[in-house]
Write a protein that binds this ligand. Structure first.
Ligand SMILES: NC(=O)c1ccc[n+]([C@@H]2O[C@H](COP(=O)([O-])OP(=O)(O)OC[C@H]3O[C@@H](n4cnc5c(N)ncnc54)[C@H](OP(=O)(O)O)[C@@H]3O)[C@@H](O)[C@H]2O)c1
Length: 343
């Protein structure tokens, strides 16, 4: 009853992608809050690919690595169980960034109360979390589309991809998703309302993408890079815009991924100049201060009216978090991957 299970990093990934066997479950005593602190029962964890930076050996812009034998950290939702903090009371729902464990102690710093009308607590990690916010900023500010334009979205079922595609539909665009299986593509069309979705593993992927974009591509919400970007570039229209959001396909996951790719990068740069394409990088956190309130208001309205339907892929149990994390690097998530730790 008084135990606290935590997922610790027991070894660094041997290859680029973190696998489940890098983690171990350990049990410690239930932590007790001191004056000015509160104890949170973790209820949900968000599986975000940017967390790979926390398990690597080297620092990156995505954050400092955690130490070996420390608990893994990430976006989380929980319920205040015991509070010795003036601003929180037992029962408050909160979200933040904390350790993968049953219970955490917080001083309230960087904690957010879920008091802005979130329809389900787990949505704080998906539609209202960094993925949803990133999608919102990408389409509002980084590469805003006009009605009637064609928008292509990689990781069609991913946390950012699925929300980006649905917002682009709301704006009156033709939305073409890209995903890794026919099943995912079917869900993108049937559940998320995309106009088309192309399997990047299909032999004739480039041709299928071209057929799905008969008027070319005006906006690319780029989350993958590599071979999907290579198929997108020749289809970009004059004055096309790219929101560079992520690189699931040609990671950030290490220098070696770029070997032999400089030629492609150079011809890409040529096309950017030749077709006056603008490419703008997105780091969602940069826009928190001035966009968060608008985002919460808009997302609440869209979800209430079912114009946006968040698609979550729920895995149960803290002990299954490491495999749930590995899955997103291997494309096994059918929606934003979240882990339910407790009700
Ligand atoms: N810049 C920002 O502020 C910001 C904010 C949020 C997210 N992001 C980034 O945006 C990217 C997408 O995030 P997301 O939330 O939409 O997805 P997600 O929920 O993290 O899902 C990851 C998806 O990536 C795809 N994938 C994995 N390995 C791949 C590979 N080798 N080649 C091609 N696709 C691969 C898989 O989908 P398929 O099987 O369908 O290919 C997988 O389901 C990530 O890199 C994330 O870090 C950036």
């Amino acid at each position: 009853m008084n135990a606290n299970r935590r997922v610790i990093l027991s070894e660094r990934p041997r290859y680029i992608v973190p696998t489940a066997n890098c983690f171990r479950l350990e049990t410690t005593a239930m932590p007790v809050p001191a004056d000015g602190e509160l104890r949170i029962r973790t209820t949900w964890l968000g599986m975000d690919s940017m967390l790979y930076a926390r398990v690597q050996r080297v620092s990156s812009q995505q954050g400092e690595p955690i130490k070996l034998k420390d608990a893994m950290i990430g976006p989380a939702v929980g319920r205040v169980e015991e509070s010795r903090h003036p601003d929180y009371k037992a029962g408050d729902l909160v979200s933040g960034f904390w350790e993968w464990q049953d219970y955490v102690i917080s001083t309230g710093k960087r904690l957010r109360k879920l008091d802005f009308g979130v329809q389900k607590p787990s949505y704080a990690l998906s539609a209202y979390g960094v993925p949803g916010f990133g999608a919102y900023v990408a389409l509002d500010r980084i590469a805003p589309p006009q009605a009637g334009e064609t928008v292509v979205v990689g990781t069609a079922l991913g946390g950012l991809g699925q929300i980006a595609g649905q917002i682009a539909k709301l704006k009156g665009c033709r939305v073409v998703g890209i995903a890794g299986t026919d099943e995912k593509c079917g869900l993108a069309v049937q559940k998320l309302g995309f106009d088309a979705c192309i399997n990047h593993e299909a032999k004739d992927f480039s041709r299928l993408l071209m057929e799905a974009c008969p008027a070319g591509i005006d906006v690319d919400i780029e989350t993958v890079g590599g071979k999907t970007l290579e198929a997108i570039v020749p289809l970009l229209n004059l004055n096309a815009r790219i929101a560079a959001c992520g690189l699931m396909g040609t990671p950030h996951f290490g220098e070696t991924a770029f070997k032999g790719r400089y030629q492609n990068t150079m011809s890409f740069m040529y096309e950017i100049i030749n077709r006056r394409i603008s490419v703008r990088g997105l780091v969602a956190f940069d826009h928190l201060r001035d966009k968060l309130q608008d985002f919460h208001r808009d997302m609440r309205g869209w979800i209430d009216s079912e114009a946006v339907r968040p698609l979550e892929d729920i895995v149960d149990g803290l002990e299954n978090a490491p495999m749930a994390f590995q899955d997103i690097f291997e494309g096994r998530n059918l929606g934003k991957r979240v882990v339910r730790i407790a009700e």
